[in-house]
Design a protein around this ligand. Structure first.
Ligand code: GTP
Ligand code: MG
Length: 562
């Protein structure tokens, strides 16, 4: 059997070649198992058969290979990143699925908006407008307008070639107005936009503008206007790597197109026949047709996602069969989730970044706890405040791994000035997602980036909380965390620690190594024919053991992770 590809090695070997190919014709790579491709990949994947090339994006190539011809169901996915490419998408190892490519494109819907609106090639010079809503249901969850504004700027700047040229905070009393602001403020904002240097877009940092507000603002300012929904959508569009994430982005786009369609409809009704003629359609038929098309697209995407869901369920069942406890790592975007998993597993292939929404694909990573228990860490999409739930809804499928986890680790960025509000937002989102109560009650909260804390006040403030202070990058507090995770697994799953006395000859020990976690093996002080084994096993595994070998001399059980 050939070894699994070593990622750094694969990267080194293919860096140049892949980046050259990616700049050329991507489709040449689709000749899977072509002699050229196989020759290039041979140093790393040996004679493994390439089942298919599933993802080719700038800077990223994903393959599914089989290690032996007989291995039909356990194909693996690997990705590599050509770091030399300027627009590195940051794909990571993950499970990917075949889907109908036509669902991922939006050409058909281009007429609903200029194609340069979503992902303009030249980027944007952005005026960031932060409404400061002081009261009412739309009051943002971050504590101060200044912090909200800095998060809004970070959102803009996390897009390639997008820069913030000017920013402003304006108090907003009634967000439902036609122009969002009253006449006086609106005129002042318009002046500021005009005066700012070569502004090409405005980002109004509110969850979602109504189609009427958007239309009137764009008419006045004559440049594209984005809200948090469309901004986050842009970021997701840039970062989505796997087909599943792309499908979810496509699904998240549907409400966007629907609202644009509604806006066009209302606008054309205002202008009567002239507006409709300009759209080249025959009155209502045009809108009905487009609405139908959108509905069909939505149905197809949902169907494709449902198929992926059942494939994911199979993978999950596989994991469950292997009895590996699953630890879902959740938290606000940029809190350090990926860094933590990287530190806990030593997976050099993971790529934490100082970026909002660096991770968009849910990925699973194997790790080992102090008792040698094998576990799976699931890296997830980060949360953010003030985005419409329809955008979160689109990503619920990826978060199903969270709902099915054994333990949840909530990573907080303790160095962030708004860490408490971020915590509230994450817990609220988890509740909205329908996380079962037993998981909500046993969340392990970690305060990451403790190395950045300088103020003793801050330390004192968090001192008496349950929060475990760690630094994923400096590696501090990780052993305590691993012990806490293990304890939670033992307390809240049906795993327990057992002390077994088994014969030193026979199949017992090798069976235990295969089906359970063996913590220690000692020879018995007075009986040379026996071994004393400390093992962590599920009830099901213990029942299997009993069926196969009968009652051991000593089956002492202890729920404590001693
Ligand atoms: N100083 C310091 N920086 C950290 C620590 N943990 C993570 N970081 C940095 O924080 C940034 C974000 O880290 P990620 O691990 O990508 O964060 P994430 O939560 O996975 O982010 P998303 O995937 O975008 O939601 C990176 O630049 C990390 O190097 C830490 O303990 N200390
Ligand atoms: Mg991440």
């Amino acid at each position: 059997m050939n070894p699994l590809p070593c990622q750094p090695c694969l990267r080194r070997l293919l860096k140049l070649w892949v980046s050259v190919q990616l700049k050329g014709n991507f489709h040449t790579l689709r000749g899977v198992n072509s002699p050229a491709l196989k020759t290039r990949l041979h140093p790393v994947i040996g004679t493994s058969q390439i089942v298919r090339v599933i993802g080719i994006a700038p800077g990223c190539l994903k393959l599914v290979c089989r290690r032996t011809p007989a291995e039909t169901s356990r194909s693996f996915t690997t990705s590599l990143t050509a770091n030399s490419h300027s627009e590195d998408t940051g794909c990571e190892t993950g499970e990917d699925f075949e889907v109908d490519e036509s669902l991922l494109g939006d050409k058909k819907y281009g007429e609903l908006y200029t194609s340069s609106y979503l992902l303009p090639t030249g980027g944007h010079r952005v005026f960031v407008l932060q409404p400061d809503v002081k009261w009412g249901p739309k009051k943002a969850s971050l504590t101060t307008a200044k912090l909200q504004l800095s998060e809004a700027c970070a959102l803009v700047e996390s897009l390639p070639k997008w820069t913030v040229v000017e920013k402003a905070v304006y108090t907003l009393k009634n967000p439902d107005k036609k122009y969002l602001y009253g006449k006086g403020n609106f005129a002042e904002i318009t002046q500021r936009i005009k005066r700012a240097r070569a502004v090409t877009a405005v980002f109004v940092s509110t969850d979602m503008l109504s189609s009427a507000q958007l239309a009137t603002m764009q008419q006045k300012w004559k440049i594209p206007v984005y809200d948090r929904y469309t901004m986050v959508l842009q970021i997701f569009k840039v970062r989505a790597c796997t087909k599943e994430a792309k499908l979810q982005v496509a699904l998240a786009e549907v409400p966007f197109y629907r609202s644009r369609l509604r806006g066009m409809h209302d606008h054309s009704l205002d202008k009567q026949a002239g507006g409709l003629a300009a759209l080249g359609g025959a009155g209502h038929t045009f809108f009905e047709q487009r609405q139908r098309m959108l509905q069909e697209k939505e149905l197809k995407i949902r169907k494709a996602l449902a198929e992926i869901k059942s494939q994911r369920e199979l993978l999950r069942k596989g994991r469950r069969k292997l009895q590996f406890p699953v630890i879902a790592v959740v938290g606000y975007t940029n809190a350090g989730k990926t860094s933590l998993i990287k530190a806990m597993t030593g997976d050099e292939d993971m790529q934490p970044r100082d970026q909002l929404f660096a991770t968009l694909d849910v990925t699973a990573h194997a790790g080992t706890l102090p008792s040698l228990m094998k576990v799976i860490y699931v890296d997830t999409v980060g949360f953010i405040s003030d985005i419409p739930t329809s955008l979160i809804d689109a990503f619920i499928a990826t978060l199903e791994d969270v709902l099915n986890a054994d333990v949840i680790v909530h990573v907080r960025d303790i160095s962030h000035p708004d860490t408490s509000a971020q915590k509230v937002n994450v817990l609220h989102t988890l509740q909205e997602l329908g996380l079962p109560q037993h998981l909500l009650d046993n969340i392990i909260e970690v305060c990451n980036k403790a190395d950045l804390l300088s103020s003793p006040d801050k330390l004192a403030e968090e001192e008496d909380s349950e929060c475990l202070k760690i630094s994923a990058t400096a590696g501090t507090g990780l052993q305590t965390l691993a012990a806490r995770v293990e304890e939670t697994i033992m307390d809240h799953t049906d795993r327990s620690l057992r002390h077994l006395r088994i014969p030193s000859s026979g199949q017992h020990l090798s069976w235990l190594y295969k089906e359970a976690t063996v913590r220690s093996v000692k020879s018995h002080d007075h009986d040379t024919e026996s071994l004393l084994v400390e093992t962590v096993m599920t009830e099901a595994a213990y029942a299997k053991f009993l069926r196969r070998f009968g009652q051991p001399k000593n089956g002492r059980r202890s729920n404590k992770n001693q």
